[in-house]
Design a protein around this ligand. Sequence first.
Ligand code: HEM
Length: 515
Amino acid sequence: MAPNHSAPLFSENTFNVPRLEDYDISPSTGFLPSIPPLECLPDSYYEPWETLISMFHNLMLAGRLREYVKRLPILKTDRLKTPEEYRRAFLVLSFIAHGYVWGKYETVSDRLPANIAIPWVEVSKYLDVAPIINHAAVVTWNWSLLFSDEPFKLNNLATLITFSNTLDESWFYLVTTAIEGFGGRALTSIMAAIQATYDGNNEILINELRNISSTIFDINKTLQKMFKKCDPYVFYWKVRPYLSGWENEDRLPKGLIYEGVDGNDENGNPIYRRYIGGSAGQSALIQALDIALSVKHYPTGIKPHTNSSCPRYTSCSNGYPQPHDIHQYVSNGHTEPQQPYLHRIRQNIPGPHRRFLEDLAKIADIRNYIISTTNYDSSVNTSSSDESEDTCLLRETDEADDLIKAYNECLNQMKDFRKTHLNIVNFYIIKQARRGGDPHFNAKEVTPPVDKDLVGNNEITAVSNEIIMTTTKSVNNEIITTTTKSIEIIKGTGGTNLIPFLEQMKDETLAQKIQ
Ligand code: HEM
């Protein structure tokens, strides 16, 4: 039976900051398990899965993975004993399933045999997560320590399973694992900061906000290491296709049939399931930071009214649009707000961590606390506010300044993180997509958006939907520079229109700055 982690947040009149441990979160390693994940299932009953995974790359290369999978027995999951064992099973089954579906030289398969589909769905139910590869599998549960007597740090980490058997893929996961490793520091400070808002302790709040911003700074520094050992070509053409899901996916327009799980519909047709694939956008850590800092995200292209008056220090700013925020959406022709992407992908975050995010949103209100305490913020409607000394206790004091600076610095750091990330996406996705398909993979060819005849030294100068490409070439000893403009839509994992989506995330971060 799946564990129940819904601990009460409030008791009578006192406020209890939730215990991280109640949500499978470690105060030292955050959303990562505090001890390295299992490298093998201990019960020999599961040997067929472990044997397959030990032969995984060779089977893929030989084009015999599917044949091998079909020969597997359908194993029961009731011999998995602990959450650690369920996580290992999920990791192994996710790699096998995605290897099977996407293949290497084969055409894509729109059905997954029961031998994998049935146990994968059962294990997913236990972990309370969608049966599809996710950030938790490839990052959170997919690492080991090189030297067990040395601490958790990037140069002491190894991956357990990869698709491509490349160092680049390992580095891609491990940099992300190292980022998750900052979770302990970040979450402990977030909880202490929230407690400080309930206790009215501004000194602690300032300190904790400073801790949070310095942690985000370190996260950003770690993210920049991606360039060191992960080649964008390998990432885009050899790794990313395997992380794809089957929602908004051209190669699997109907989704995937989980054989032996759903049966047929009333017309006798097999039932397809559709899920978003794996992405570090599913990092509960980054979502927790957004929630704690009241960064709200909206569906791409939809903006909140800037003149909305948010009552002071009420629960209206908990990171994501709440039901009563719906009226705030402004969109050309949209009558119903869509769910922001970051909300939709919570189906890919394991249950306890997802519940943590939901509960955090109920109690985190640092921004409104600061506004109500300092009475600063030009964006909040102050017309009805009482400007008497009682309500402006901290106005224009050093403490008020420190509070606002400490909070705004956290947003600055989040913005910088998103800037680095956009740069990564430019190198690892946009530029790769424009260079055309990999003949060794069945991935859909991406048509270059510009004149194919252009050759020479090409440079993308804008990271936006509008690609401006400058081409320099020499004709009759004369250097000719041509600039071509084109509109190109490159999609993210969940079908997001990548660049506008990520740009908006960055803007939404800065939008919360207290003036
Ligand atoms: C080669 C490295 C990376 C690439 C190519 C990449 C690509 C992407 C893409 C395409 C998206 C758009 C949404 C989606 O497809 O799910 C996205 C979103 C996101 N990624 Fe990455 N990513 C990389 C590394 C990372 C790392 C290491 C993190 C750290 C946890 C991260 C965190 C996020 C977050 C939080 C989002 C959601 C948007 C946001 O909050 O700004 N990514 N990424």
